[in-house]
Design a protein. Structure first.
Length: 486
């Protein structure tokens, strides 16, 4: 049907890239890559009051972090640019001229205040609050009289009022809209800038977009856009409207459900591979059992036919679990590389050489099985980087005040002090001999030692932790804990 599949992601750069937008970008990208087509990035920046260069930079940065590269768009260029709507005004003027000449568009002189007053009156009277089409009836003389008064005008599309418009949707089937309920919507505002529906149609047509894959919230715009395609004698693209993403309470995903932007998840220690895998499952599934997909798997298996009509529930706990799975798959070198900036930002050290890259790899290995997000490493490992630690009061009361604690710590000190080789095997052998000698359970031996050397009741594996800490710091901390107990 199409020589080449061409899809686009067209965010409005008024803020950061949110989860819903990221999923839309991913589905478009996967569809293009699966079919060997093109993925285009376009910035819909005609809202000059809210669109910013910072937002464009943030969206571009988030897409790059996710690995969703584009074939045409900002920083890349392409044969169908420019790729920012504010640089495409000539395209809209040309299309607008065609519609005006064909009497399919007309000037509207109604001020925003007048429109709002009429809308309220219609609601009070039980009538439709949509635009009543009064400016369509103006004569040329009436138009000139308004313009002599200094009135600005918008341009509206003259919607047909008979018949119906059918949206043929890959995901939802045919969705029928009665033309009688569609108001004459604005094409260009009084300042000359195009509205979303008009600019999107012109851009998608001139960029030869074959498939429009977007959120279900755009479905109500689609009949208006189809009418514009037909009025301009443009070929229709294929439409696919993705299901909503809801929070665990069944309401649209928002900040009340926690982090919602890609940048927040990045800062909170999530891996891009985990985010992509999880986003892919928010509406699409390959089968009932498989949840873990590499990006290569997703490209191979993705299809719009397997996207559900039903809303998807965003489950933070499941995303955390998946992120932990991806963390455990990392090589120790890669994990260490990812953790170093987190440690540096926390002020644990200025550069990796200050602490020693091999020791950092040892620490990374100790926490790899325990963390679901990279940032969890801070609480688990802070004691490694301090010369002196504070024993948490609760830990001291719960563990160090036990009757056996003093004797355990003193024996541990003596045994570790005499070690020549201070590696994990030697440390473990020395400490495992204590329970039998004192005739007490191992947990009543190892917990006081853990609290003494880490300040916590929960830590990475004890013997490996002591090896990383080294003999001098371990003995110093045991001495300090003995002082607390006495």
């Amino acid at each position: 049907m199409f020589k080449e599949i061409r899809v686009r992601f067209a965010p409005s750069p008024t803020g950061v890239l949110h989860i819903g937008g990221a999923r839309t970008a991913l589905y478009n990208w996967l569809f293009a890559r699966h079919h060997g087509g093109k993925f285009i990035l376009r910035m819909e920046d005609t809202d000059r009051n809210r669109s910013t260069e910072e937002a464009i930079g943030a969206i571009v940065s988030s897409l790059k972090w996710l690995g969703l590269d584009w074939d045409e768009g900002p920083e890349v260029g392409g044969a169908y640019g420019p790729y920012r709507q504010t640089e495409r005004l000539s395209f809209y003027k040309e299309a607008l001229k065609k519609l005006l000449e064909a009497k399919m568009a007309y000037r509207c002189y109604c001020s925003p205040e007048e429109l709002e007053e009429r809308r309220k009156a219609a609601l009070r009277d039980g009538r439709s609050p949509g635009y009543d089409g009064r400016c369509k009836k103006f004569t040329e003389k009436e138009q000139k009289d308004y313009e002599k008064e200094g009135r600005k005008y918008a341009i509206r599309f003259a919607c047909p009022k008979e018949g119906e418009t059918v949206v043929s949707d890959i995901i939802r089937g045919d969705v029928v809209f009665q033309n009688s309920v569609l108001e004459d919507f604005i094409l260009t505002r009084a300042n000359g800038l195009p509205t979303y529906n008009f600019a999107a149609v012109v851009d998608d047509a001139t960029m030869k977009i074959t498939h429009i894959i977007r959120g279900i919230d755009h479905l109500s715009n689609t009949p208006k856009q189809i009418l514009l395609y037909e009025a301009l004698s443009l070929p229709l693209p294929v439409f696919a409207h993705l299901p909503m993403i809801l929070g665990s309470d069944g309401k649209p995903l928002s900040k009340r459900h926690g982090a919602t932007s890609v940048e927040e998840y990045k800062k909170n220690g999530y891996l891009s591979e985990a985010i992509l895998n999880y986003l892919a499952l928010l509406g699409w599934s390959y089968d009932e059992k498989t949840t873990m997909f590499s990006i290569e798997d997703l490209i191979e298996k993705f299809s719009l036919e397997k996207v559900s009509k039903n809303s998807a529930i965003f489950d933070n706990a499941k995303l955390q679990w998946m992120n932990g799975c991806y963390i455990r798959k990392l090589s120790v070198d890669k994990l260490t590389d990812l953790l170093i900036p987190i440690w540096v930002d926390a002020g644990f050290f200025a550069k990796s050489s200050d602490f020693g890259i091999e020791r950092l790899k040892m620490i990374a290995t100790l926490v790899q099985e325990r963390i679901k997000c990279l940032t969890e490493v801070l609480e688990l490992t802070d004691f490694f980087f301090k010369e002196e630690i504070e024993v948490a009061p609760k830990a001291a009361d719960k563990v160090l005040k036990n009757p056996e604690a003093l004797k355990v710590l003193e024996i541990a000190y003596e045994k570790l002090k005499t070690l020549g080789k201070f590696d994990v095997e030697s440390v473990e052998a020395a400490l495992r001999s204590i329970p039998a000698g004192l005739d007490i359970k191992p947990k009543f031996v190892f917990q006081p030692i853990r609290v003494a050397v880490t300040g916590k009741t929960v830590s990475p594996p004890l013997f490996e932790t002591i090896e990383v800490l080294g003999k001098e710091r371990t003995l110093t901390r045991l001495t300090a804990a003995i002082g607390i107990v006495k």
